[in-house]
Ligand binder design. Sequence first.
Ligand code: COA
Length: 161
Amino acid sequence: MICYCCSMTNVASRLVYLQKKPIVGSIARMAGLLFGFQISPDIEIGRGLNIAHRGCGTVLNTATRIGNFVTIYHNVTLARSDSWVPLAGRAFPGFEIQDHVVLCPGSVLLAGKDQLTVGEGTVVGANSVLTKSTGAWEIWAGSPAVRVGKRTDRPRHYRES
Ligand SMILES: CC(C)(COP(=O)(O)OP(=O)(O)OC[C@H]1O[C@@H](n2cnc3c(N)ncnc32)[C@H](O)[C@@H]1OP(=O)(O)O)[C@@H](O)C(=O)NCCC(=O)NCCS
């Protein structure tokens, strides 16, 4: 079995994976809080997660699934759009962050009753407020975020022919 935390070079990313482990998990969770991020160990995370700039200020809702090789910068928030209202048995499908997504600093993703999906390879720009699902390899920015472009830097095998 691959140990994702041992293959990470960056301390915050390692802590996120370590949080899931028995015994050291609770120490890693405390260390994560000291770093200033709140990423629940219950979040399903693929390999190669990059928590940039120690994840300072990043808070992710527990109802989140993260794919492979995702980059999450500091001050990123994934939250319910009505987070002050108790869930009281309502379903909250949350977020799906697909492979190779980049969530830039300060981006806020808000989901309501429908799942918010950030499509493969999509970049959500700095300080953007994303309230809609995106397609693949797109660039979204602004508040509310709109599609401002397509990524041209995607790896060759992902390029359209
Ligand atoms: C979103 C981003 C990737 C777009 O870059 P780009 O593809 O080169 O896009 P452009 O700069 O050509 O901008 C396209 C349009 O989106 C707007 N835009 C770009 N970034 C924006 C942002 N973060 N918020 C609001 N609008 C933005 C531009 O003003 C431009 O609008 P216009 O067409 O009306 O002139 C980039 O602006 C960004 O936010 N990068 C984050 C970098 C960063 O924070 N790195 C981490 C360092 S620690």
